[in-house]
Ligand binder design. Sequence first.
Ligand SMILES: Cc1cc2nc3c(=O)[nH]c(=O)nc-3n(C[C@H](O)[C@H](O)[C@H](O)COP(=O)(O)O)c2cc1C
Length: 381
Amino acid sequence: MTLVNIHDFRDLARRRLPKIFFDYIDGGSFEEETMRANRADFAGFELRQNVLVEPRPQDLSTTFLGARHPLPFMLGPVGFLGLYSGKGEAKAVRAAHAAGIPFCLSTFSIASLADLRAVTKGPLHFQLYALEDRSLCEEFLQAAEHAGVDTLFVTVDTAITGIRERDVRNGFRSLTRVTPGLFARLAMKPRWLADVALAGMPSVRAIEHRPEFGRGALEQAANLSRGIDKTLSWKDIVWLRERWTGKLVIKGVLSAEDAVKARDIGCDGVVISNHGGRQLDGASSTIRALPGIREAVGSDFCLMLDGGIRRGSDVIKAVGLGADGVMLGRAYAYGLSAAGQEGVSEIIAILAREISISLALMGVASIDELKSLGTEAVRPR
Ligand SMILES: Cc1cc2nc3c(=O)[nH]c(=O)nc-3n(C[C@H](O)[C@H](O)[C@H](O)COP(=O)(O)O)c2cc1C
């Protein structure tokens, strides 16, 4: 099978992964309306085509989160990478760092920050779910400090989990251990099983020393998600801002009002995100929310965007409409599930190639030039 684009990697991931995990990655909440809107609404914007422009050297590098990066995107937090491919988190961070782009480790990971620090010297970011158990939260913050985490992403759109009906049907949400029935379903994908089994019994390493969370990744994850703080409010963000001395970014903002609050509290940026359409179904797509948020926060505040990024032109549209950088979710989870570290590298290379070709055809030499052209280069259709 020739893998030409990210959709092809999705198809291959569907064949390689047990259905229960593919559906967990691929699905959204309820009617999956917001998940589809994240993709569909990119088509509501068009790129300006400028021809016969004097050729200039192309430069895809740009600045986001206070640092220069060779590409305008990074790998965002995706839970349980180590269940889609053995040592999945290490594979993803290696692929990211080989391309010079940042990687953000999810709270819900098989590998811990210390595990990743052992495989890379590059910059690490960590995504925190605030937990009711503040002592565990504090442990996570200390582990992040110890691993030299640069940016803490606090995810705020998941106090209550949206119902992902594919997961309910597959019994994913009630899984706490591998029953004989589940094992039979997993064994239908022997290649996946061998790969994950070789990495050892999956366990959430960051909480292994806490017996109250149970044993094995499934039980630990179920208990961890029950422990997410449902009462999180701006007061807690103010506290975190005082506690965390590195960069602090709020992930899951979709309104101008919330972005302005985050800025005024002293956060370093926000991720415009609806959790890939996995939470509030019926919420706006992220690309539609972006222009109003950029207008409200001004030009200096860092805005990242995720949701539905599958094409280089999606990245260009997001950057042209005011995002400093873009974060990948499912795109690289498909790559990892389909082909491990190489798959993630290939996803990054495909997006870079598509961005490069589209920019050239737009007559735009660099991502920074695209940023300064803004809505001259990307406008509503
Ligand atoms: C399988 C899966 C697991 C995810 N786990 C997390 C997580 O642990 N923490 C988090 O902040 N966001 C998580 N997200 C949301 C992503 O960071 C991101 O917001 C979303 O995937 C972007 O949409 P896209 O997948 O269409 O690109 C997850 C998304 C998926 C698909």
